[in-house]
Design a protein around this ligand. Structure first.
Ligand SMILES: Cc1ncc(COP(=O)(O)O)c(C=O)c1O
Length: 389
């Protein structure tokens, strides 16, 4: 197998993104006239904070787009995951199974819920949690009454949190089926996958709860923001209650019935989100065109290939990526250096979570595939307009 040529690598990316003034970022927000208009309307209304027309419309529109019965907008994806885990029954001292190949928030949300992440391997096909590794891990646990307990730590396995990597759907149906067999709830980290579907069903709606992020680098941004999705009536109502200080409705009394959070997405951010949702169909088309262009550009490239959506799924192609045939941090970094020298701000995957200092002592399974994926993936500039024809 030949070594990938850095010069050729840069040239192929350049052939897709074209020449620009200045460096080309990984994923830049697209803010235009509609965003300006809705934001001005919101400012003029003076409803810039936790109540207003935009936030209600934004939630209704997200429920409609994803098919979730409830969509509760929150201030970011990380807090959304924290609340979703608590709603799923995660308690302090529990363990939650998460992929080691993920952004830090997947594990931090578990910690913020008072629990400990238990790291599991990914698979080549989806870059997400391996159903086979999950099954093997759960089979090694001990039953104690209704609880499933990790014999090595004595902690209860309280939830499973798979993530849809770079927007490509994980094998979520298999993961949910295994979780159901063991009676463990699934909280989907769908932070990256707004607009990604498995057989027509939106990611984030397979588990008991799911969470999408609207960070500035996502396909749709609200500046900062997130949404909790669920089809469960009780959890949907409780998600809203817990993220809005658990205040009991009353014209003037400030009575709260439990210690809760002020995690509501402000109306101002939702105004930006409404404009972005207007443009989402366009972004989806452009992202697919960009993915097609990268795929064609990397055909015949020696030593690496374009990463395609898993068969049977529709990815939003949030981040386009290429994968080295032979995992090598050295080769990966030399290709990235050449790109950065040429003003193409490509990025590696996140450092694996089990290698982050806070999580070095956390329980884990064999993580060989995730280690290889980390050493072989390079994320390419993926701003939707780069795919505009
Ligand atoms: C996989 C994953 N999980 C969680 C998050 C957290 O979302 P936020 O930045 O909105 O807190 C992000 C992205 O930011 C993410 O990529």
């Amino acid at each position: 197998m030949g070594m990938p040529s850095a010069e050729d690598f840069v040239a192929r990316i350049r052939s897709v993104v074209g020449e620009h003034d200045g460096p080309i970022g990984l994923h830049e927000p697209e803010i235009g006239d509609i965003e300006q208009r809705y934001l001005k309307e919101c400012l003029d209304s003076t409803f810039v904070s936790s109540v207003g027309a935009f936030i209600n419309q934004f939630e209704a529109r997200l429920a409609e787009f994803t098919g979730a019965k409830y969509a509760i907008a929150v201030s970011n994806g990380t807090v959304g995951l924290q609340v979703a885990l608590v709603l799923a029954g995660v308690e302090p001292g529990d363990e939650v199974i998460v992929p080691t190949l993920s952004f830090i928030a997947t594990a931090n949300a578990v910690s913020h819920a008072g629990a400990v992440p238990h790291f599991i391997d990914s698979e080549e096909l989806t870059m997400g949690m391996s159903p086979e590794a999950l099954r093997a891990s759960l089979a090694s646990m001990r039953r104690e009454g209704t609880a499933l307990v990790n014999p090595a730590t004595g902690r209860r396995i309280a939830a499973i949190s798979p993530m849809h990597t770079l927007g490509h759907p994980v094998r979520i149906e298999e993961i949910c089926a295994i979780a159901t067999e063991y009676g463990i709830p699934v909280v989907e980290d769908a932070a990256e996958s707004l607009g990604s579907f498995v057989r027509g069903q939106h990611t984030g709606t397979f588990g008991l709860l799911g969470v999408i992020s609207f960070n500035g680098n996502k396909i749709v941004t609200t500046g900062g923001g997130g949404v909790i999705l669920t089809n469960d009536d009780a959890l949907g109502v409780r998600a809203k209650h817990l993220t809005t200080t658990a205040k009991l409705p009353h014209k003037w009394e400030f009575e709260h019935d439990e210690i809760a959070w002020n995690y509501r997405m402000p109306n101002l951010n939702a105004a930006l989100g409404m404009a972005q949702l207007d443009r989402l169909p366009g972004f989806q088309v452009e992202k697919r065109e960009l993915a097609d262009a990268y795929k064609a550009a990397f055909e015949g490239f020696e030593g690496a290939r374009f990463v395609e959506e898993p068969a049977g799924t529709t990815s939003n192609y949030w981040l386009c990526a290429v994968q080295l045939d032979t995992p090598s941090l050295e080769v990966r970094d030399s290709l990235m250096q050449a790109c950065h020298d040429a003003g193409l701000l490509v990025r590696p995957m996140w450092n694996l979570l089990h290698t982050q200092r806070m999580y070095a002592g956390s329980p884990r399974e064999e993580l060989d595939t995730a280690i290889d994926l980390h050493a072989s993936l390079i994320c390419l500039p993926s701003t939707p307009r780069l795919g505009r024809k």
